[in-house]
Design a protein around this ligand. Structure first.
Ligand code: NDP
Length: 451
């Protein structure tokens, strides 16, 4: 059967665009449909605008520090409207780059919603219908609100970049990546931030010592972190919202921000009718080659809810092309992925937490927590953490956890060593870069504890 295209990609985010471009470079005829903006969550309503907001939010603390370093400076008012305009023009520029990358790669694009009508046919909201030998779903995910009375009053991460004005006070609900990053960002921008998290400590799943330190610093920086707290209901009241929490008295906030998780965008794509299996959370179930139960249909990125990170979606897209278009079956390697949470201070992490590692095998823990030079000089209280979790049997570094300004940059480098299987002794053989915070990673002599 002759198809219109060799590959039809649904979704123009980081994963879909990369897969389309790389497939086109093999000589394949490729088309891509995007119903919203090119660049997807990461570029338009996630990592990129978030990181720019992180930069904006760090200036007040930097300026306070600058005074102690002898500068006559102070952070005046923050011009949210001016920043937002600049932010969106930058996002427009980046979206333009994404469109051009596709065009220059020879990928045909459709600004339309796509739905599968059979295993090789895509129906577009423009009324067109096209066929393809392979179909790749890369439709990402979306933020969800919890089910509780008044939840419709809350905003989600998609909305935060479009606020008309910054609120005076905000309640951030959740304790994951997004909740903690935005609690820090908004606090830095001068918003009075309260954070409710239903569990015992924020950032569940991360190394306990690391999450504890970040939590302490967030509180020290002025965020009112309420653990073991959730919302019973919300009611609107003159320009704000009154929240009834599970513990403590009712409180009024200008805005409520739900960062209570995300769900895969797998609805209304015609998938289940064709026999594509979806998991409990709506994620498309795929094998190690990103292939669904229907052989012509593949899926990558957040819609598969494996590891929901942009660089992972990109790698899944490239492995898909290698498998399908280069005849070289390539499973996606989801092991030892370094990642960072852009809280203040940041967490950079790769491999197993101390708690996860000690459940698997006997370990040694090397760690140190201290006030870095820049902070100590000005009498600041913020501490950093450098930690290695080491296998007693193989000496391999099973996990590396850093809490520090710039931890995201540091963990990228440490991640190379950990991925290569470096032992504690390999770390020790590396000469320190002095004076830095990360030199501690190669100078910790005795284990803090064994378990
Ligand atoms: P997470 O799943 O990380 O966190 C969701 C949080 O909301 C958890 O603390 C969860 O609590 C809480 N929660 C869930 N349901 C409810 C409820 N009904 N009531 C109250 N609290 C609730 O999701 P995020 O939205 O923060 O992030 C999604 C993903 O996006 C991340 O896992 C990550 O992969 C990616 N991401 C990565 C970033 C980065 O690399 N820097 C930045 C932002 C996102 P509990 O712990 O009890 O389940």
């Amino acid at each position: 059967m002759a198809f219109d295209y060799d590959l039809f990609v649904i979704g123009g985010g980081s994963g879909g665009v990369r897969a389309a471009r790389v497939a086109a470079a093999t000589g394949a005829r490729v088309a891509l449909a995007e119903e919203s903006r090119y660049g997807g969550t990461c570029v338009i309503r996630g990592c990129v605008p978030k990181k720019l907001m992180v930069f904006a939010s760090e200036f007040p603390a930097e300026m306070e520090a600058a005074q102690s370093y002898g500068w006559t400076v102070h952070a005046g008012g923050f011009d949210w409207t001016g920043f937002r305009t600049h932010l969106h023009s930058e996002l427009d520029r980046l979206e333009g780059i994404y469109r051009n990358l596709l065009k220059n790669s020879g990928v045909t694009t459709f600004d339309a919603r796509a739905r599968l009508s059979d295993a090789h046919t895509v129906a577009l909201s423009t009324g067109e219908s096209v066929t393809a030998k392979h179909i790749l779903i890369a439709t990402g995910g979306r933020p969800i609100r919890p089910e509780l009375p008044g939840a419709e009053h809350g905003i989600v991460s998609d909305d935060i970049f479009h606020l008309e004005e910054l609120p005076k006070s905000i309640l951030v609900v959740g304790g994951g990546y997004i909740a903690c990053e935005f609690a820090c960002i908004l606090n830095g921008l001068g918003v009075e931030v309260t954070q409710y998290y239903r569990g015992a400590q924020i950032l569940r799943g991360f190394d306990e010592e690391a999450r504890g330190l970040v939590s302490e610093d967030m509180i020290e920086n002025g965020i009112d972190v309420r653990l073991g707290t959730n919302i019973l209901d919300i009611r609107a009241e003159e320009g704000g919202y009154v929240v009834k929490p599970t513990s403590g008295a009712e409180k009024r906030f200008d805005k409520i921000f739900f960062a209570t998780g995300r769900r895969p965008n797998s609805g209304d794509l015609g998938l289940e009718e064709l026999g594509v299996r979806l998991g409990r959370n709506g994620q498309i179930e795929v094998d190690e080659y990103s292939q669904t139960a229907v052989p012509s249909i593949y899926a990558i990125g957040d819609v598969t809810d494996r590891v929901n990170l942009t660089p992972v979606a990109i790698r899944e897209g490239m492995a898909f092309v290698e498998t399908v278009f280069n005849g070289n079956p390539t499973p996606v390697d989801h092991d030892l992925i370094p990642t960072a949470i852009f809280t203040q201070p940041e967490i950079g992490t790769v491999g197993l937490s101390e708690e996860a590692a000690r459940d698997i095998e006997p370990i040694e823990v090397y760690c140190t927590s201290f006030r870095p030079m820049k902070t100590a000089f000005i009498g600041g209280t913020g501490r950093v953490l450098m930690k290695l979790v080491v296998s007693q049997a193989t000496r391999r570094v099973l996990g590396c956890h850093i809490v520090a300004p710039g931890a995201g940059e540091m963990i990228q480098m440490a991640g190379i060593a950990v991925k290569m299987g470096a032992t504690k002794e390999d770390f020790d053989r590396v000469c320190a870069v002095h004076p830095t915070m990360s030199e501690e990673l190669v100078t910790m002599k005795a284990p803090m504890r064994k378990s």
